[in-house]
Design a protein around this ligand. Structure first.
Ligand SMILES: *[C@@H]1O[C@H](CO)[C@@H](O)[C@H](O)[C@H]1NC(C)=O
Ligand SMILES: *[C@@H]1O[C@H](CO)[C@@H](O)[C@H](O)[C@H]1NC(C)=O
Ligand SMILES: *[C@@H]1O[C@H](CO)[C@@H](O)[C@H](O)[C@H]1NC(C)=O
Ligand SMILES: *[C@@H]1O[C@H](CO)[C@@H](O)[C@H](O)[C@H]1NC(C)=O
Length: 592
């Protein structure tokens, strides 16, 4: 957890809390026990993924006697098969065996062929095994299907793989190997929902203890989340942003035209009316007042560009990216416009570009903004945040330092500088620097006792340092300052989970977060995640659905869809298998 609702714009938050998707859901317990194991993108995981993708041969087939003490019959059998004769079933000795024994012989020969790479022949032998095996010997029979699926997999005949695994699973529903194999087949067949269901079943049956399955599930969840997000973006409705979010977003621009002093006339019109509405917190009226200015005025009216910029910002905050872009472009392309206006529009367009996953364009906008208006601290502050986000800590430190120099009295910028330096110290394992940053934070808290960002960033650092008690006190202070900041409740709830494993207290805070701000997507998403952990899958799903309505970008949607899909898959699997998730979870070590 790297941020609060107050410190970072929401879109950054989604990414910042974007721990591997699975951690938020399926693998929560796993993560709890094993925090470092599933860190995204580590070399270890990549190696594992590679192995997984290749499909390791040695684990492919079942019932392999795996010794060189093969019985005469099998030996003879295999040899003849290799010669393409297939006559052994006619030998007297073979005929004396029971049907089950015969089918096991066929399978063993099949396994031999499999091991030497003769997959077509192996399949023919498994055919025989399946044909002759009594239907009542369901475990043996399921093994034969599973083995034939393994051979089909080597030939990349994915439909056959899936069908054979299905047969195997009908006979033995908790056959992990068959579930795993069918998941791989479904992935190749692009049946991601089915794939997810199988890999979820595997993870559950393994008690969430096998990181290979979890990494596999994580990958599928991301692919599926992206697919669902793309579909949802097609007819995405505008989102009404929360008041708190709007306030904090504008607070991060010290030079935004919205902060201009308004000489109020008796009946303000257009942009002035928009500013008045803004200052009174009547956000719903802002866009229409801007429209009045933009449509009702001459091209060189006093505030047309300001109105476009403000309207574009509101479009941005409500997830209407195309409209937002059009307004920003208008301001940016107006070469005679005030440099402050254009650099503000560029900075916001940079964050828009970041949200739509165009990182290069984003950095280019920041650069253009700096050329236009080199002494504007807002540009450096926002670029610093992006650098934080992408873990370029040195660049982040440089930008926040520059912003602080340009605006020495701005506590928000100053504590971001401290925060990024702290993160750098952690990375460099430089304890001296680390402690001195914590010391500077303690000073900052005293100096800026009315700045919520100072408290909440310090609380996060303290929580990172496992100084939970102190962290909790600072969250509490921040909440006193800003009782309607839902993000703070969420973070405090998470702190309690981490600190005391106190689910009930955490739940209370999360419910409270929604109560103070029912537009807080982060609260729904987090509460949903906790409900997954408690095994309340239905409620979790409905909370995620709520969060989806509040999400703006494809990136946010992808993340939430992944959480929802994970919960849905668990619900499907537990229903299908008649398992109780709670019972599985309580049987795991370290779960209380
Ligand atoms: C899983 O994680 C553990 C560490 O928690 C690691 O030792 C192991 O190599 C990883 N891979 C597998 C396949 O278990
Ligand atoms: C199996 O064969 C290998 C060599 O091919 C030999 O070293 C080993 O002792 C044999 N094992 C048995 C159980 O016969
Ligand atoms: C080899 O198999 C035969 C019969 O299947 C068994 O009696 C014998 O003990 C086995 N020998 C070894 C070394 O496993
Ligand atoms: C869960 O089951 C429903 C209904 O059978 C199905 O439509 C959906 O795709 C499944 N979802 C997942 C993620 O398994």
């Amino acid at each position: 957890m790297e941020s609060t609702g107050s410190t970072f714009p929401k879109w950054q938050l989604a990414i910042l809390i974007g721990t591997p998707v699975l951690i938020g859901s399926l693998g929560y317990l796993y993560w709890k026990n094993n925090q470092s194991a599933i860190e995204e993108g580590s070399d270890e995981d990549k190696a594992e993924l590679k192995k997984l993708k290749k499909g390791i041969k040695s684990i492919s087939i079942d019932g392999d006697t795996n010794s060189n003490n093969t019985s005469d019959v099998t030996q003879q059998h295999t040899d003849s098969v290799a010669n393409g004769i297939l006559k052994e079933s006619e030998t007297k000795q073979f005929k004396k065996l029971s049907p089950l024994e015969q089918s096991i012989r066929w399978k063993e020969s099949g396994n031999e062929c499999f091991k030497t790479g003769k997959y077509d022949t192996a399949i023919e032998l498994y055919d025989k095994a399946i044909e002759i095996c009594p239907k009542t010997n369901n475990i043996d029979l399921s093994q034969f299907y599973q083995n034939r699926a393994a051979a089909y997999e080597q030939l990349k005949k994915w439909k056959n793989v899936a069908d054979d695994c299905t047969h195997a699973l009908e006979l033995n529903p908790k056959y992990i190997k068959a579930l795993h194999r069918r998941a791989r087949a479904y992935e190749n067949l692009k049946e991601l929902e089915l794939c997810l269901e199988d890999v979820t079943a595997v993870a559950i049956l393994e008690g969430f203890q096998n990181n290979m399955s979890l990494i596999f599930a994580d990958r599928i969840l991301k692919d599926l989340g992206l697919k669902h997000a793309k579909e949802a973006m097609q007819n995405k409705q505008p989102v009404e942003p929360s008041k708190n979010f709007i306030v904090n977003y504008f607070k991060s621009f010290s030079q935004d035209p919205v902060h201009m002093v308004v000489v109020s006339s008796t009946e303000p019109k257009g942009f002035i009316k928009a500013i008045n509405a803004f200052k009174n917190g009547q956000y719903a009226d802002v866009v229409s007042a801007c429209n009045e200015e933009i449509e009702g005025s001459e091209d060189d009216s006093d505030y047309k560009l300001e109105a476009l910029l403000l309207r574009g910002t509101f479009y941005l905050l409500s997830g209407q990216f195309e409209k937002s872009l059009a307004d920003f472009n208008h301001v940016i392309n107006h070469k005679e416009a005030d440099a402050k206006l254009r650099s503000n529009a560029l900075t916001k367009r940079a964050s828009l570009n970041m949200q739509t996953d165009q990182k290069d364009a984003s950095f280019k906008d920041f650069e253009t903004a700096i050329k236009l208006d080199p002494d504007n601290p807002d540009i450096y502050h926002h670029r610093g945040q992006v650098y934080l986000l992408v873990e370029q800590l040195e660049d982040a430190v440089n930008d926040f330092t520059k912003a602080s120099e340009l605006s020495p009295k701005n506590p928000i910028t100053y504590v971001h500088k401290l925060y990024s330096e702290y993160r750098q110290a952690v990375n460099e394992q430089d304890n001296t620097k680390l402690f001195s940053k914590i010391e500077e934070f303690s000073e900052a808290v005293k100096q800026y006792s009315d700045c919520i960002e100072v408290y909440s960033l310090f609380a996060q650092i303290l929580s990172d340092q496992q100084q939970y008690q102190l962290a909790d006190e600072y969250f509490e202070k921040a909440m006193k300052l800003e009782p309607n900041n839902a993000g703070l409740y969420v973070h405090r709830g998470l702190l309690l989970l981490q600190w005391k494993g106190d689910i009930n207290e955490a739940l209370k805070l999360l419910e409270k977060a929604i109560e103070v701000d029912d537009k807080c997507e982060f609260a729904y998403e987090t509460l949903g995640t906790v409900e997954v952990q408690r095994g309340n899958l239905e409620r979790a799903i409905s909370l995620f659905e709520h969060a989806l309505k509040l999400a703006k970008s494809e990136m946010e949607l992808t993340h939430i869809f992944s959480l929802k899909d994970a919960a849905q898959a668990q619900l499907n699997v537990t229903k299908k298998m008649g398992l109780s998730l709670a019972s599985i979870m309580s049987s795991l070590p370290n779960f209380n």
